[in-house]
Design a protein around this ligand. Sequence first.
Ligand code: ADP
Ligand code: MG
Length: 307
Amino acid sequence: MSIQVRSVDKFYGSQQALRSVSFSIAKGEVVGFLGPNGAGKSTMMKIITCYIPPSAGQVEVCGFDVHKEGLEVRRSIGYLPEHNPLYTDMYVREFLAFAAEMNGIKRPAGRVAEMIERVGLGVEAHKKIEALSKGYRQRVGLAQALIHDPEVLILDEPTSGLDPNQLVGIRSLITELGREKTVMLSTHIMQEVEALCSRTIIINRGSIVADEPTAALKSGRFGQEQVVEIEFSGPVEPQWLMEIEGVIRIESGEQGWKVYARGDRDIRPDLSNLAAARGLTILTLARKEQKLEDVFKELTAYTSRLD
Ligand code: ADP
Ligand code: MG
């Protein structure tokens, strides 16, 4: 396992920011850590990267304990903190050389050049960090996180505040990095995990409320609804549709029927059988996957109501 978190609690004074959080991330996975603001994402990431200790529970990174083997943990991790704090009055190369030295890298100049190439800093590399756009600053942050060639990347809201063009660039860079590294990235944006992550862990008010392959979340687990829109060549009795297993509700409109069903069993074959049995033809048929955004809203509804 690259990351193993067991029953972690975190208190800030009397306020509990994490409640018995457990999950593990295997080597090579790209996992999204999704939750609304204040859910506890940054707190969990700071614990994994040894910046703050947990109040209770165990965390291991590449088999090293954050409590007893902090040095090894830090060596195994590249960390891009939230808001990417950089020394803005330094030049890009100067900053990366500094980061390389801090990590005890033998030939820093070569490594810096390699990282500049790797994250696509190219033409911007001679500038001061303060002169860079937010997208390029994120590239500097990623280069810094990668400089010691860690196995695991922890990226805290790596695309927040980027404009759409910068967003595309940074997302494709993260996708590339995900081919080689274990990546855990946090976000409060559903589309982000849809775009980048094969697995999604949803955290809300300090507790894990879902941990699923991103595709499974989308296709309506947790007893949520699927909708099939269907148009038949002739009249259909509502009763015929309601008799299909899982169907909970139907609506008729100008474009035929909307059939709502619980669970993730596909009801389209049943509709096809129904048509055949009644001597009808299906004119149109479409199954709507539940959007991940809806799942997220439902799972974090309590917090959303407080916002
Ligand atoms: P997220 O990154 O998901 O937005 P955080 O981990 O930053 O959430 O915060 C989780 C909760 O812990 C929030 O209620 C936040 O106000 C609180 N918190 C975070 N850092 C501190 C701190 N240093 N002192 C006190 N409370 C904190
Ligand atoms: Mg945060």
